[in-house]
Design a protein around this ligand. Sequence first.
Ligand code: IMP
Ligand code: MG
Length: 182
Amino acid sequence: MIEPIHIKDKYFEKYISESEIYSLLVEMASKIKSDYQSKDIVYLVVLKGAFIFASDIIREIGIESEVFFINASSYKSGLISSGNVELQIGPINVERRDILIIEDIVDSGRTMSALIKDLEKYKPNSVEIATFFSKPEERVADIRVKYIGIEIPSKFVIGYGLDYAEQGRYLKDIYVLTNHSI
Ligand code: IMP
Ligand code: MG
């Protein structure tokens, strides 16, 4: 049996392997590549969670592009989303360009909804979202997510950039929270 991962008072067990992640990523990247081939693509990577996914998918898409990073946080204490979205967008050069937001996971959709609203003032030509995970059952904000790696039920996951209380981002596979605590 594979040992569960133990972070603070929680246990996590393996959920999606590195190789499954890779095949989902390749499929997503090929769709994006054909859609953006003749566009002026600008990636907006949502830190921190999306940094690993972004580095993989941007290389897999493999087209000329510009990359900007923004900060978003809503999860304040581990598992529960605060509902309050904090965005930090530095100088971004996106006017009349085609923004592709790179996100790790769309949960309630509040972060993406706030970000898309904020981006209007930069006058982009288009804005779409590419997320590795989506939890459709949790959605409260009305947003359209064009590219999704995989839909998952309402479970808390870590690894591949995603954290529990800032830990577990380094894991190559995705792990899911188990029911037993310490
Ligand atoms: P939303 O605004 O509710 O859609 O929240 C999105 C953000 O919450 C994501 O960018 C993640 O940072 C975080 N988040 C949501 N679900 C999870 C999870 O299962 N594990 C780790 N972080 C998560
Ligand atoms: Mg995120």
